[in-house]
Write a protein that binds this ligand. Structure first.
Ligand SMILES: Cc1cc2nc3c(=O)[nH]c(=O)nc-3n(C[C@H](O)[C@H](O)[C@H](O)COP(=O)(O)OP(=O)(O)OC[C@H]3O[C@@H](n4cnc5c(N)ncnc54)[C@H](O)[C@@H]3O)c2cc1C
Length: 817
């Protein structure tokens, strides 16, 4: 024990010597940071890594995660040559099979997405499948996809190779040193305490796997993850089993198969997983297994013996049950913790940590070294998590669903069934009584659509039109032709107050917020590169008081960005007031007439202009009314103190009867906004995109007295004519197919971009997408005039129109009516 010599200082301390910690250390040294200290409580790999099945697949749900998995594959393929340590990595490919049409569509949609950046992937039929995997029963197989570059590896050897690579780059790796505490000062991580003394550090990285939550919690950092039991079996040797078999995935049967030294390894992603470690992860858990549970595994095994009949006569040699950490949304947790500067997290790998570790370690290291994420990592960014998601009961219930979701259908609009009803608008019960079907975002239950009387408010999922399509269309048309009412209480709201509020916000906001009180400003927040960190509205309530409104999902991230950019010596305080106010949006050409029934305020165009905000009396209450719109119609958002909102809602609904008021949900909100080409942060605009490319330069006040963050970078981007990459709106000419985002866009036989979001344009008469297209000569209106655009959906191409201006109400006459 005394042989270990612990340095008193390191530039970076990495906690945890699993595959993720070793990858982080490896990549930090690759960037030239050699003063890296990795501390492992036991031995390298002793947590979860040692017992992984070792599948290294590349196809993920989103583009950037697929890119990272692809990088992992390339890294593992080269690691042995680089470090001299065998990793066991082989690229035999992987075969994913579908037993029904919808799954096949899902696989093909994934394949189309992967092609947008050149990932090798082929669609295969039954004959091809039998040739590649002769032992599999294919009678009921509809089709499959084959990824020739997918691999499999030995997780322990791969981790050791990463560790050696890190050491070769100068890192120190010490085993048998447990970190007992993260040391903090002034809301910043400054080192770690261990059983052998303290180590001062500039950065601390939590790669503690299923221990990661507790490591964070002790430092006040929320890391929502929970362990679950995870199973596979390994058979007795199977004579003549080819050692060239690709990995086989049959997601419809929750199963994957891997040839493993003459045996078959059969792993499961079953629904209703078993959470584990409710009382905390045992201190001494090291190279340990959990008790077998044959009954739990039996349904998967039963289906497997039908799918691979040779299993009927093959014994099981090993039944393995090991714990792995899962997160509430089945995506890992990466990045700098919003609660603690210089404390980075890479935890919660949801049973794909081996295949994710290469990419995750790379981008995490770049994030640390460069001080910002190198690409859009919102899917896995820890700032997407809400404080309540650290609640143990919530986590325990949710992760029992998370595990199975890996292989379950990834339906569009799919909703979780566990841990629901966490966060409800004050209007929730009123909406439920009126047929709302709720979906969840950031814990909020939000009405997504309303079922008419006699119809059950339940989703019937499909890649085609889902059961609510006609109801959402009716809501959409109510907004376009009459008037609709949305409950948008889930919006995050921040109050920014103080003598310096204007100066602080002028620096953070790209637009000019030095307006008169009573005006709403649409703006982006940019980073130093001129890319979009947030997309929101800022209302000036008084000389020294602003209200900021942003999306529910980005509440933690945006609040963090705001507070980090308030200089400590300024007189400016930000408060999250989300719970204080409900938001009712009354939208549509009849909104003025309807609201005039419940308020005496003058809502005429002259008195209440577009972009104005003022307190009005409504019903028995007072509300802040803002004349803006995310649906592209005349309308008002009403910010009502929470306890007054039910009364205001009732008054509007009663008055609305004469106007055929439609209650509207989030699906109609989204279909209306995409028809009007309003961007959605996280999809259409991210921290990879600038306002110039996103068509939002009109909202940048380049000449204001206090230059905004990112201004200089943006000015450079503006030089040189139309951008070669530009966000456009796309409309399918065929009214039938649907767009969900991530579809490749073709022009004259060449791929020129991809969609970033999609929905149906009920007025435009077809599916609408927003997406970035690339053309070296500039994405101009002339270039877009071509009739030759096509969008690829599940391998098939459909003609589309492309436009820089919104195809619905291009002159914005309706919102200003
Ligand atoms: C049955 C099973 C099969 C799997 N199959 C696959 C697969 O085929 N493909 C795939 O990609 N993934 C697979 N996985 C998932 C994969 O194993 C994990 O995602 C991955 O190993 C997680 O790595 P990690 O480094 O985050 O965690 P770990 O390997 O658990 O590493 C965390 C380390 O931190 C150490 N530690 C904790 N607390 C402290 C402390 N206070 N101080 C110092 N050290 C500390 C622990 O001892 C541990 O070694 C599988 C998992 C299971 C359970």
């Amino acid at each position: 024990m005394n042989e270990i010599s612990l340095p008193g200082h390191a530039r970076v301390v990495v906690i945890g010597g699993g595959v993720v910690g070793c990858s982080a250390a490896y990549h930090l040294t690759k960037l030239g940071w050699s003063d890296v200290l990795l501390l492992e409580r036991g031995q390298l790999t002793c947590g979860t890594t040692w017992h992984a099945a070792g599948l290294v697949g590349q196809l993920r749900a989103t583009l950037n995660l697929t890119r990272l998995a692809q990088y992992t594959t390339d890294l593992y393929a080269a690691l042995e040559t680089e470090t001299g340590l065998a990793t066991g990595f082989v690229q035999r490919g992987s075969l994913g099979l579908a037993t029904h049409d919808e799954r096949f569509e899902e696989l093909k949609r994934g394949a189309s997405m992967a092609r947008t950046f050149g990932l090798e992937v082929e669609t295969v039929g039954r004959d091809e499948i039998r040739r590649m995997w002769p032992l599999v029963e294919t009678r009921d197989i509809v089709g499959g996809v084959f990824l020739p570059k997918d691999g499999q590896t030995n997780p322990t050897d791969t981790t050791q190779a990463l560790a050696r690579g890190a050491r070769m780059g100068g890192a120190t790796i010490l085993e048998g040193v447990k970190v007992t505490q993260v040391l903090t000062k002034d809301c910043r991580a400054v080192g770690v305490a261990t059983e052998r003394g303290d180590v001062a550090a500039e950065f601390v990285v939590d790669c503690g796997g299923m221990w990661g939550r507790e490591i964070g919690a002790a430092a006040g950092v929320n890391i929502p993850l929970h362990a679950c039991e995870h199973f596979y079996v390994v058979t007795e040797p199977i004579p003549d089993l080819p050692n060239t078999l690709p990995v086989l995935r049959i997601p419809d049967e929750c199963a994957y198969y891997k040839e493993d030294a003459g045996r078959l390894l059969l792993g499961a992603f079953e629904p209703n997983a078993k959470p584990w470690g409710m009382e905390g992860i045992p201190e001494d858990f090291s190279f340990d297994e959990l008790p077998a549970d044959f009954d739990h595994f039996a349904p998967v095994l039963e289906a497997a013996t039908k799918r691979v009949p040779i299993l009927e006569n093959t014994g099981i040699r090993t039944f393995f049950n090991g714990p792995e950490s899962f997160t509430p949304d089945v995506r890992y947790l990466l990045g700098e913790a919003p609660e603690l500067a210089n404390f980075f997290v890479a935890c919660g790998f949801n049973s794909i940590g081996i295949q994710s570790a290469g990419g995750a370690g790379k981008v995490l290291s770049e994030w640390i070294v460069e001080g910002r994420p190198p690409m859009d990592l919102w899917d896995v960014d820890i700032r997407r998590m809400m404080p309540f998601q650290g609640n143990r009961r919530y986590l325990r219930e949710r992760v029992s669903e998370s595990l199975g979701l890996l292989y379950d259908m990834h339906w569009p609009y799919r909703q979780y069934v566990t841990a629901r009803g966490v966060r409800k608008s004050i209007l929730h019960d009123r909406l439920a009584e009126r047929g709302a079907c709720f979906g969840e975002v950031a814990g909020w239950e939000r009405a997504n659509w309303f079922a008419p009387a006699g119809v059950e408010p339940q989703y019937r999922y499909s890649y085609k039109r889902q059961n609510w399509f006609a109801y959402a269309r009716a809501e959409h048309m109510a907004v376009r032709e009459g008037v609709g009412l949305f409950d948008q209480s889930s919006f995050a709201k921040f109050l920014v107050q103080g003598r310096d509020a204007e100066a602080v916000l002028q620096r953070i906001c790209a637009n000019d917020v030095g307006v008169e009180p009573g005006r709403v400003v649409y703006t982006q927040w940019l980073n130093e590169r001129g890319c979009i960190e947030a997309d929101l509205t800022v209302t000036r309530l008084a000389e020294d008081r602003y209200q900021i409104v942003t999306g529910a999902a980005s509440a933690t991230r945006d609040f963090h960005w705001l507070t980090r950019h308030i200089p400590p010596d300024s007189h400016c305080i930000a408060t999250d007031v989300t719970s204080a106010m409900a938001v009712l949006a009354v939208m549509g050409p009849d909104s003025r007439s309807l609201l005039s029934q419940v308020t005496d305020a003058d809502l005429s165009n002259g008195a209440f202009t577009f972009g104005a905000a003022r307190e009005i009396e409504i019903g028995y209450a007072k509300a802040l009314a803002q004349r803006i719109s995310y649906v592209g119609e005349l309308g008002w958002e009403l910010y009502v103190p929470t306890e007054f909102a039910p009364g205001v809602f009732d008054a509007i609904v009663v008055a609305g009867e004469a106007f055929g008021l439609g209650l509207c949900g989030m699906h109609a909100l989204d279909s209306c906004r995409i028809e009007k080409a309003y961007r959605h942060w996280g999809h259409d605009v991210t921290d990879e995109d600038t306002p110039v490319e996103a068509g939002l330069a009109f909202a940048c006040a380049f000449d204001k007295d206090i230059p905004f963050i990112g201004r200089d970078a943006l000015l450079l981007r503006r030089e040189g004519g139309p951008p070669a990459r530009r966000l456009v709106q796309l409309l399918l000419r065929d009214p039938e197919p649907l767009l969900y985002g991530n579809e490749p866009v073709w022009r004259d036989g060449a791929m020129v971009g991809r969609t970033t979001s999609g929905n149906y344009g009920h007025c435009l008469g077809g599916a609408v997408g927003l997406g970035y297209l690339r053309h070296e000569g500039g994405v101009t209106a002339d270039w877009l005039e071509s009739e030759a655009f096509e969008i690829e959906i599940a391998g098939e191409r459909f003609p589309a129109r492309a436009s820089l201006r919104p195809l619905y109400d291009p002159k914005a006459e309706r919102i200003k009516a």
